[in-house]
Each structure stands twice: as structure tokens, then as C-alpha cells.
Design a protein around this ligand. Structure first.
Ligand SMILES: [Cu+2]
Length: 125
């Protein structure tokens, strides 16, 4: 084996290692690389539609809540520290980051509303 061949082999080996390192770095991005989730929830007496939102841990959620009912409602997700208060006929928005994997309840926290059915769940995977 000539000296030139050995040098060539060394260069090829180094290039392969560099590629492997790059590949490893790119794969650590994980779930936070998910595209933002745009979701619109309507609030009426007394429910949210949809009552289930699916997201990925670390995902940015652009939430719009439309109150198409006749009284004021709120949309509260304690796990992400989000609270919106929406007057009838109005729309409110919030942008937040999906928490770690799990199932989290959101609700309208006005007296009696949650009990009447104004709850939903954020399912994070
Ligand atoms: Cu309500």
C-alpha cells in the first residue's frame, strides 16, 4: 500500500467521522422541530369545540378562541399558564408552548361553567 493511498484512506475516514457527527447533531432537535399548531376553539353555552387538542411536546401552539355564545367565557389551561377571557361575539388569541407529554385539562373557570360541560383536554405526545 503506497503512502498516497494511506493518506487518501485517512481523509476518507475523517470525512466519514465528520458526517456522522453532523448526523448526530441534527437528530437531537427532536419534537421541538414540529411546525406550529394553529387551532381555533369555539366557546358556547356550555361547551368547547373541539374538546380535544392534540400537540407535540415543545410545539408552539397558536390558539384562537371564539366566543359564539351569549355570555362571557374564559379558556384556562393552568399547565401552560394561559387564561383568556372572551366576551360574547369576541375572539381572543394566545401563543404558548406545549408542555411535556401528558394530558392536561382546559376549562372555562366562570362559576358553574366547567360543571355544565365547559372542559376539554390537551393531549401532548
Ligand atoms: Cu364559560
Amino acid at each position: 500500500m503506497s503512502r498516497r493511498t494511506l493518506v487518501l484512506l485517512a481523509v476518507v475516514a475523517l470525512a466519514a467521522m465528520a458526517l456522522a457527527a453532523c448526523g448526530g447533531g441534527a437528530s437531537t432537535g427532536g419534537s421541538s422541530n414540529a411546525a406550529p399548531l394553529n387551532v381555533t376553539v369555539t366557546a358556547t353555552e356550555f361547551k368547547f369545540d373541539p374538546a380535544t387538542i392534540n400537540a407535540t411536546a415543545g410545539q408552539t401552539i397558536n390558539l384562537t378562541v371564539k366566543n359564539i355564545g351569549t355570555v362571557q367565557h374564559t379558556w384556562v389551561l393552568a399547565a401552560a399558564n394561559v387564561k383568556l377571557t372572551i366576551d360574547p361575539g369576541k375572539t381572543a388569541t394566545a401563543t404558548f408552548t406545549a408542555p411535556a407529554a401528558g394530558t392536561y385539562q382546559y376549562e372555562c373557570d366562570l362559576p358553574g361553567h366547567k360543571e355544565a360541560g365547559m372542559i376539554g383536554q390537551l393531549i401532548v405526545k
